[in-house]
Design a protein around this ligand. Structure first.
Ligand code: WTA
Length: 659
């Protein structure tokens, strides 16, 4: 666990919730929070059952809240039926919100399109009818590989409407990553676009899909639907490819939502683990939606007049829960943004908040850190140059936020008026787990503070025993909760061993190290496994290593993380080539070749920031790579650890030299 993360523990500033905020908050004051905590601790099933009845529309009510008979394969509301999309669309139209704006879409170039709940309902229904006309039905799997767009949200909702299980692949992933996911999930449908537009550039998407198909094994894919975003030229297979607009244009504008069992998989989303292959995290319909809806009300204090903006991409879990499902389930107005925070300049976020009167803004520490830099260099893009008076609440997600970035966000964006909710959660948890409640929790920069009601987060040692305040340990969730991961798609054994190791008494193991302070506030200290967090994106070191050794020049590779002022962590790769170790210009050229290769194999986010070459890697006599030494070397620090077990100490000198 890195020193930079440890240092936040000396942070002592505390910011009580503003009085005006407390007064109007959905959960208002410590007593209200405590009452919910008590209710959930006293009678968890009663608590969750009550919330599920009050918050969701069930076509068939459930009679059992939690089925633990096959733990850890828990079932929630398991004999109930509902439809997620009907809960997001019809439910709002029925309560008179048909003409309310659901989505304000802002394109990369600045064009704005708005759709009301009624219009979104019709678009989703037309798309669902189109899918139905092609024979797709409940239980089929669809890969969605789309840019940020109304179409992406509508495609996910259309799948949910029919019980088709979606698996969204981030548009920045390579054709190779896409291919792996198509195969693993067994997709019979792919929905993509001709191109995406980001930062003024057109980036092809359909060609990546064609490449993935070309890699073989994709015969069960019957159709590839293409959303025409730019009109850029694309290759076409008449048997398989079809324009989305052609498919939907004559479809009826209503489509009955198909009731599914509460446990029916709503989606599968791939995320990195500590071994090579990404894991397909499977989420449910009922439990997942319940938490997506409730955390909007609790953490984000959602109100009818809010304009909500989560800047994540729908390719990540944050975009699933806090774009496609949570805001719509609550009938909110939200921003969907196609572009990047730095185009046409680094004032884009603040300008958009001003233009659309955003009241709740949710982004990642990486974005904040890069915008701090940019606004120090250019006052015109500083948040102070914009009218941000519409903001009332700020959020952070994806990685620990360092206290300096927190303070800058608080002072310059929140104008010392807006609480900041630093939300700790994971792809596997479905929604927020540990976070301040803006009308309750005193804030501490760098801490995600306290557990949400119903969430039994704790810090334990390697036998599952509670550790004292101030002691580091494993972050676990002791009891199941409705929006938890149900299994790893196609690999239930890996699900059990990764998340419910026997020695931890049946607790859910998050994979993060953390500690609690005397106020029960959690401080996340980083991953306990070989997973890196680069710009808030999870990346397995093994994934990058396997991609490197797949290159013809590479004999061996080890990948570690290094603290980075902007991206949180950066990827550093140590590489042994099959030929003589290069130096000078040749080393630079090969490093570039390998970085491009990684970009192609996984995606640009996985590109090593630095590559170093050596004749060998530091290994123990038994042949194990000593990663802790490589971490020290990557940081540019002197190796002070014991190297007596090292087979080849001289190798360290070679590896300390940057290319
Ligand atoms: C990290 C993103 C500190 C953590 C929602 C976790 C955080 C991983 C925070 C999950 C936070 C996420 N403070 N660390 N507020 N939020 N993390 O699956 O290491 O992409 O395990 O889900 O990000 O990343 P994932």
């Amino acid at each position: 666990m890195s020193n930079s993360i440890q240092s936040v523990l000396v942070e002592t500033r505390v910011f009580p919730p503003p009085e005006g905020f407390v007064k109007q908050a959905n959960i208002s004051g410590q007593a209200a929070y405590q009452a919910l905590l008590d209710e959930s601790d006293r009678d968890p099933n009663g608590f969750w059952g009550r919330l599920a009845k009050e918050n969701l529309h069930w076509t068939k009510p459930f009679t059992q809240v939690l089925d633990e008979s096959n733990a850890p394969f828990y079932k929630w509301f398991g004999d109930g039926e509902l439809n997620v999309s009907a809960n997001c669309l019809e439910a709002n139209i029925e309560r008179g919100l048909g003409d309310k704006v659901a989505i304000i879409f802002e394109a990369d170039g600045g064009e704005v399109t708005k759709v009301t709940y009624h219009e979104l309902y019709e678009r989703v229904c037309q798309m669902a009818n189109g899918l139905k006309s092609l024979g797709y039905k409940t239980g089929d799997r669809a890969i969605i590989y789309l840019p940020m767009s109304i179409e992406a949200v509508a495609a996910m909702q259309a799948c949910a409407r029919l019980g088709i299980i979606h698996s969204v692949v981030f548009g920045g992933f390579s054709s190779k990553a896409l291919h792996e996911r198509i195969i693993d999930v067994g997709a019979s449908l792919v929905i993509t676009a001709d191109e995406q537009v980001r930062g003024g550039k057109q980036i092809p998407l359909k060609p990546a899909v064609d490449e993935a198909f070309g890699m073989g094994g994709c015969d069960i894919v019957r159709h590839c639907l293409v959303y025409k975003r730019t009109g850029g030229s694309v290759a076409w297979d008449d048997k398989r490819d079809m324009w989305l607009h052609d498919l939907v244009k004559d479809q009826p504008k209503t489509c009955e939502a198909v009731p599914v069992n509460a446990e029916h998989p709503l989606f599968i989303l791939y995320t990195s683990g500590s071994t090579g292959k990404p894991k397909g995290v499977q989420h449910s319909s009922g439990g997942y939606l319940l938490w997506a809806k409730l955390t909007m009300q609790w953490t984000f204090d959602a109100k009818p007049d809010d304009v909500f903006w989560c800047t994540a991409d729908v390719g990540w879990v944050t975009g699933h829960t806090y774009i496609t499902y949570g805001p719509l389930a609550n009938g909110m107005t939200q921003i969907v943004f196609e572009g990047v925070p730095t185009y046409p300049n680094a004032g884009r976020f603040w300008e958009m908040i001003q233009r659309h009167h955003v009241s709740i803004f949710y982004t990642a520490p990486t974005a904040i850190r890069s915008l701090i830099k940019a606004s120090e260099a250019n006052a015109a893009v500083h948040p102070k140059s914009f009218d941000l008076s519409s903001l009332r609440l700020l959020g952070s997600v994806g990685e620990p936020i360092n206290p300096e970035a927190w303070m800058w966000y608080h002072i310059n964006v929140g104008q010392e008026r807006c609480p900041i909710v630093d939300t700790w959660w994971q792809t596997e948890t479905g929604g927020h787990m540990i976070t301040p409640l803006p009308g309750v929790t005193p804030l501490k920069p760098g801490s995600c503070t306290t557990r949400l009601p119903g969430i039994t987060a704790a810090i334990v040692d390697e036998t599952g025993g509670d550790v004292e305040a101030g002691q580091g340990g494993f972050l676990v969730i002791k009891r199941p909760w409705p929006s938890m991961i149900r299994t790893i798609w196609g690999d239930p054994e890996r699900f059990k061993t990764s998340y419910f190791p026997e020695e931890l008494r049946g607790y859910y193991l998050a994979g993060d190290g953390a500690q609690c302070d005397a106020d029960n506030c959690f401080w996340i200290m980083g991953r306990i496994d070989d997973v890196l967090n680069v710009s808030g994106h999870r990346l397995g070191t093994m994934e990058v290593e396997s991609a490197l050794v797949a290159h013809e020049l590479v004999a061996e590779a080890a990948v570690v993380g290094r603290p980075d002022a902007t991206t949180g962590e950066a990827v550093v790769a140590f590489v042994v080539l099959k030929r003589a170790t290069p130096d000078g210009d040749e080393a630079v050229a090969i490093a570039k070749q390998l970085r491009d290769w990684i970009s192609k194999e996984i995606g640009p986010i996985a590109k090593p920031k630095e590559i170093r070459f050596g004749d060998n890697l530091p290994k123990t006599r038994s042949g194990k790579i000593m990663r802790r030494l490589l971490r020290v070397v990557a940081k540019g620090e002197e190796v002070t650890q014991d190297v007596s077990t090292l087979e080849n100490p001289a190798i360290l000198d070679q590896l300390t030299k940057p290319v």
